[in-house]
Design a binder for this molecule. Structure first.
Ligand code: PLP
Length: 363
């Protein structure tokens, strides 16, 4: 038998939220409520629907391999040049392409504990070392610890900001401290901003505003959350031209489908839809905060579209208990959070259903 790479054998696979169909199949529960993958309860913009319907007839031809018009629209949206933009099959693919351009055996990635699980998997797949620094007591990342963990073999610092699964964020001054250090030490800095639309904190700033100052900076964004297009798979990176140019050498030729490219343009054209989604998400968060406080359950204040709740039982027990009552949440033991479940914010009706289940079965 041939030998698999040891670095790949050592990887713990990513555990996605349990799919609705799987719960129906395995437990016989019809129409369970999935609040496990931070999806958008309000779907996507009608403009996106129209763009997709109009493009279906083109599905027999290959898409534009360079996603020209989509990248042009993204570039306009962020006021950068089209050469600064790369699109991908979700921001997950984009992050993977970017990380693969610099990681190799002997190098390392530095991130905080509780960061999005994919960074570790990509690092290990590249044969490199993943270093996770301790977070602060309030679960916020510790910028000084991150800087301290770097050495001459550090190729990447990756900051999930705001972070999944904790919902915490790093204020702009802390991010800038890391960015300056990374630049001085020729380290790539990835700012993963998958949840940026939901931010309410006044001392947060997207690193999109600092691209001109840092040629080592890559900012990634997704259409999967506030734009409600997780199933279409679309994300992008904005960075200096040299980084994007290198990424394009390993990017799969047709990595964004033709329907997705048109949908991505239409989605940016409907910012009112995004505003409405964010408003309703914030109303949901405030309702859930109130209900949890009433029950005496602790939670981590969030800047995303989900809330980490501290539960009286173990994370897995709580997940299973809620599952039996048709609510799918995400257990977080895999992140070392043994008494937390992550609850995505849904429509108000869904939030109320989830809170009722927590009140009846967990409290
Ligand atoms: C922090 C973070 N980054 C990136 C992603 C990847 O999203 P996608 O590949 O759907 O764009 C996710 C998905 O949940 C995420 O939470």
């Amino acid at each position: 038998m041939f030998k698999f790479k040891e670095s790949i054998k050592a990887i713990t696979p990513y555990a996605p939220g349990k799919p609705v169909k799987e719960v129906e199949r395995e437990l016989g529960i019809l129409n369970p409520l999935k609040l496990a993958s931070n999806e958008n309860a309000w779907g996507f913009s009608p403009k996106v629907k129209k763009a997709m319907e109009e493009t279906i007839k083109e599905a027999n031809i290959y898409p534009d391999g360079n996603s020209f018009y989509l990248r042009k629209r993204i570039a306009e949206f962020h006021n950068v040049h089209i050469d600064n933009v790369m699109t991908g099959n979700g921001s997950n693919e984009v992050i993977e392409i970017v990380m693969r351009t610099v990681l190799d055996k002997g190098y390392n990635t530095v991130a905080s504990e509780y960061s999005f699980a994919i960074y570790k998997i990509i690092t290990q797949a590249c044969g490199a070392e993943y270093r996770a620094t301790k977070a602060k007591k309030n679960y916020q990342f510790d910028a000084d610890a991150i800087i301290k963990a770097c050495d001459k073999n550090t190729a990447i610092i990756v900051i999930d900001n705001p972070n999944n699964p904790t919902g915490t964020y790093l204020p702009v001054q802390e991010m800038l401290k890391i960015a300056k250090f990374a630049k001085e030490n020729s380290i790539m800095l990835i700012s993963d901003e998958a949840y940026v639309e939901y931010i309410r904190a006044k001392d947060y700033s997207s690193m999109m505003d600092y691209l001109k100052d840092f040629d080592n900076l890559v900012v990634t964004r997704t259409y999967s959350k506030a734009y409600g297009m997780a199933g279409l798979r679309l994300g992008y990176a904005v960075a200096n031209k040299e980084i994007i140019d290198i990424c394009n050498r390993i990017r799969e030729a047709f990595n964004v489908g033709i329907i997705t490219q048109h949908a991505g343009i239409a989605a940016l054209d409907d910012q009112n839809f995004v505003k409405e989604v964010v408003k309703k998400t914030h109303e949901g968060i405030d309702y859930i905060y109130g209900a949890l406080e009433e029950m005496g359950l602790k939670y981590i204040p969030t800047e995303c579209n989900f809330i980490l709740v501290e539960v009286p039982h173990s994370s897995v027990d709580s997940f299973n208990k809620l599952l039996r009552f048709g609510i799918i949440v995400r257990p977080l033991h895999g992140y070392g959070l043994k008494n937390h479940i992550r609850l995505s914010v849904g429509s108000m009706e869904e939030n109320k259903k989830a809170i009722e289940a927590i009140r009846s079965h967990l409290k």
